[in-house]
Write a protein that binds this ligand. Structure first.
Ligand SMILES: C[S@@+](CC[C@H](N)C(=O)[O-])C[C@H]1O[C@@H](n2cnc3c(N)ncnc32)[C@H](O)[C@@H]1O
Length: 249
């Protein structure tokens, strides 16, 4: 029997936050996956690594396989009725989800699924209001339907295409939600000015030095120092871009 001991469970918690000056509770993500190693690079670079180090975000990875009672450590099986591929079985997922959710407040359980509601900026904003998100990543042909029926997760899709597993979609959720947590971005204003800050709104074009590169010039208004004119120019550019993007849909 491969029940995880307390010690093994402790070892599975890979990223321990190092709280610094922050007094707010960190937002907690639990990722339930068959491939926890896929998150190594993602969590150790850039803004997310800094947010973890500052104690703004906590991320715990759990290997679903650690919960299987199968003597060969199998987590999947052939689909009833025949057909291609393998289906993730109920037992390890139910046991893993239930054990992880018992650690503190249960949080919101999200199943990454191409059949879920589309991850749009309003959904991201809503997810960011939770203290804890438990992200369940599928693989192979997906989950036994009774996992949906019994655990009643919220299904979230990152778009109308199929990924090999839920790990990359879970990273997208963490990345998009994480940047809304106060203190994660160096400049809070930047999230308020990004595309989708308002439905259908696209950000204006940005330029940096040099003023001319390979014959392509920066619009003179941005170099002139007239902040009113810059604001009007940006608003007009944003309007045109929003129109262009929304026309494509
Ligand atoms: C190969 S997919 C299974 C697709 C499933 N057979 C179907 O047709 O709906 C394996 C896993 O990847 C994840 N996945 C794939 N595409 C996704 C998407 N667009 N959004 C969220 N999760 C996705 C899900 O966790 C899914 O269980």
């Amino acid at each position: 029997m491969r029940r995880p001991t307390k010690e093994r469970q402790r070892r599975l918690v890979k990223e321990k936050p190092k709280p610094q000056a922050s007094v707010a509770m960190p937002m907690r993500f639990d990722v339930l996956t068959l491939f926890p190693g896929m998150f190594d690079g993602f969590l150790s670079e850039s803004l997310l690594a800094k947010a973890i180090a500052k104690g703004l975000i906590e991320i715990h990875r759990w290997d679903i396989r650690e919960w299987t009672l199968d003597k060969h450590a199998k987590v999947d099986d052939r689909p009833y009725g025949g057909g291609a591929g393998m289906v993730i079985a109920c037992q390890p997922v139910f046991d893993c989800v239930e054990a992880v959710r018992r650690l503190g407040s249960p949080g919101e359980l999200i199943m990454l699924s191409p059949q879920g509601e589309r991850l749009t900026q309003p959904v991201v904003e809503q997810l960011a209001t939770h203290e804890r998100l438990v992200l369940l990543c599928g693989r192979y042909e997906g989950f036994d339907e009774r996992i949906h029926e019994g655990l009643q997760p919220r299904l979230v899709s990152i778009g109308d295409y199929i990924c090999n597993g839920g790990e990359v979609p879970a990273m997208v959720v963490i990345d998009a939600v994480g940047r809304l947590i106060p203190g994660v971005l160096g400049d809070e204003q930047s999230a308020r000015e990004d595309s989708f800050a308002e439905p259908g709104w696209m950000e204006y074009p940005q330029y940096t030095r040099p003023p001319v590169f390979r014959g392509m010039a920066t619009p003179p208004v941005l170099l002139g120092g007239d902040h009113g004119a810059i604001k009007r120019w940006r608003a007009e550019q944003a309007r045109r871009r929003s129109e262009r993007t929304n026309e494509k849909e």
